[in-house]
Design a protein. Structure first.
Length: 105
């Protein structure tokens, strides 16, 4: 997965956020590798991510750009913000789980 594919999956049509998105992408790929305990390299030594892992990476990038623990916001005369305690990586981890390698010892 490269920056251009990430932008397509996110619906980003300009280059204004490219530097941040590239960093977010690298961080999310590293997270997926650690969580899944796999390097996702093909026989040629190139990164090859399954579709489910790519979807999880997109979710991680999306939540990295959201306010922490905000579950709802409302601005209609008064400002109202609701906070939750859900783990922001939970949805991404659900995509990663089928690719997670189990290691013993």
């Amino acid at each position: 997965m490269d920056l251009e594919e990430l932008k397509v999956r996110l619906g980003v049509k300009n280059d204004l956020q490219d530097a941040k998105l590239q960093l977010d992408l690298e961080d999310a790929i590293d997270y997926a590798k650690v969580y899944c305990k796999r390097n996702f390299l093909n026989n040629a030594g190139e990164l090859e991510l399954p579709s489910g892992v790519k979807k999880g990476i997109v979710k991680l990038v999306q939540v990295s750009n959201q306010a922490s623990n905000v579950t709802s916001k409302s601005v209609g005369g008064e400002l109202s913000v609701s906070y939750g305690s859900a783990d922001h990586t939970e949805t991404a981890n659900a995509y990663f789980k089928p690719y997670r390698m189990v290691r013993f010892g």
